[in-house]
Design a protein around this ligand. Structure first.
Ligand code: AOS
Ligand code: ZN
Ligand code: ZN
Length: 393
């Protein structure tokens, strides 16, 4: 497909205008690997400054209106004040990410720890996160557990599932109306033998048992190499159990690189399933979040680039000729069907996205607009001693 007709153009632009991408507070802060954190200039010193940076991304792209918080990294005394500050900046607070992986107590696990006192402490943190959601107005509690074992025999795999189910139940029962529990799975790391929520099947089974407010999070970096992530998207959407994405790119393990940088074709295939499932609309309830770290590249431009990458993949997926695809599939035309998909993927959507931004009164090139804005020079001068995201030291 080289030409985009006027009708298609309008349809695609309308859908793109409704797209929402949530950026993570921790992506604005310093981060690194277990080997080194390279501090950068102008990095936020507190949650307010992270929100200010997120608001810049939104002002330049118009599709990133919320920012996810992480507790305790973004702990403040007055969450209502933080929410008000965000609103004044033109954004809102998004998902609350719990953290039960950083305390010494969690060496053998948090909610699946053999010690009931440690489990209690971990569950209390999850409940506290729901209290915070009440104050921030957040809809989603995002749960990722580092829980697991390193050696066969270290703990009883089945009993740990019982402890997990009990903790999730208690947390789920604390949710208010309109609040959701999002359960994120991860194949391995930091546990190297048996992770307690290692895959979508485990997350799905627990969410199914919990009820309608529990949904699965797909972090694109959390699979074995070669895993067909778009299959998981299609399956969970069909089952009504896909709640959110943590978008990022991986070459090896949980690399947390910019989404769309390692495998833009995979991102397109994922977004194709989203469009196929009519799940792009915010009312469909899928939270499209980034979960990334920008260890060596400047952070705000990297987040802008990531947002644009998601937008480009989405635009291409919206260009798939659904009727032609269905007809070729029905006719068993293998090459024809594949060609329909590839035509859309190979279309250069950058002019269309530039046009969309111009329609919205934005600069057609958000990267260049940021570079010209002087914002970096301002924060570099103002902020000394930026905050570390919380891990990787
Ligand atoms: C960890 O690997 C997960 O991707 C988490 O979603 C996340 O990076 C962490 O909990 C920060 O909130
Ligand atoms: Zn994640
Ligand atoms: Zn991760």
């Amino acid at each position: 497909m080289t030409q985009i007709d006027a009708l298609t153009r309008d349809r695609v632009k309308r859908a793109l205008r409704a797209q929402r991408i949530e950026t993570p507070s921790w992506a604005y802060a310093n981060s690194g690997t277990r080997f080194k954190v390279f501090p950068q200039e102008g990095v936020p010193r507190n949650p307010y400054e992270k929100i200010a940076d997120a608001a810049v991304v939104h002002r330049l792209t118009a599709v990133a209106p919320t920012v996810a918080l992480h507790i305790p990294w973004d702990r403040v005394d007055d969450y209502a004040d933080l929410a008000k500050y965000a609103a004044d900046q033109g954004v809102a607070l998004g998902a609350i990410n719990a953290n039960v992986f950083q305390d010494n107590d969690y060496k053998l696990g948090s909610i699946t720890n053999p010690d009931p006192a440690v489990r209690r402490k971990a569950i209390d943190h999850l409940l506290e996160c729901v209290d915070i959601m009440d104050r921030t107005g957040s809809r989603d509690l995002k749960l990722w557990f580092s829980d697991g074992t390193n050696y066969p025999g270290q703990d009883d795999i089945r009993t740990r599932q019982d402890r997990l189910a009990a903790a999730l139940r208690e947390t789920y029962d604390r949710l208010g109306d309109g609040q959701r529990l999002l359960l994120e799975y991860k194949l391995f790391e930091p546990a190297f033998y048996a992770t307690d929520v290692p895959d979508w099947g485990t997350a799905y089974a627990h969410c199914l048992e919990l009820g309608p407010k529990a949904q699965v999070v797909i972090d694109t970096g959390h699979h074995a190499p070669g895993t067909n992530i778009e299959f998981i998207v299609a399956f969970l959407l069909r089952a009504g159990k896909l709640g959110a994405f943590d978008f990022n790119s991986r070459f090896y393990a949980d690399d947390d690189l910019m989404v769309g940088s390692a495998d833009p074709f995979q991102l397109f295939r994922i977004m194709h399933e989203i469009i196929r499932g009519d799940a792009l609309r915010p009312e469909a309830g899928i939270a499209f979040m980034l979960d990334q770290c920008h260890n060596i590249e400047p952070k705000i431009p990297a987040i802008i680039r990531s947002v644009l990458n998601v937008q480009e993949a989405t635009a291409k997926a919206l260009l798939v000729d659904a009727d032609a695809l269905a007809a070729t599939q029905q006719a068993g035309d293998v090459l024809g069907a594949n060609a329909v998909l590839m035509d859309a993927y190979h279309t250069d959507v950058r002019p269309l996205l530039a046009e969309l931004r111009a329609d919205l009164g934005l600069d057609p090139d958000p990267m260049a607009a940021y570079a010209r804005s002087g914002y970096f020079e301002k924060i570099r001068a103002e902020r000394v001693g930026g905050q570390q995201a919380g891990w990787g030291a």
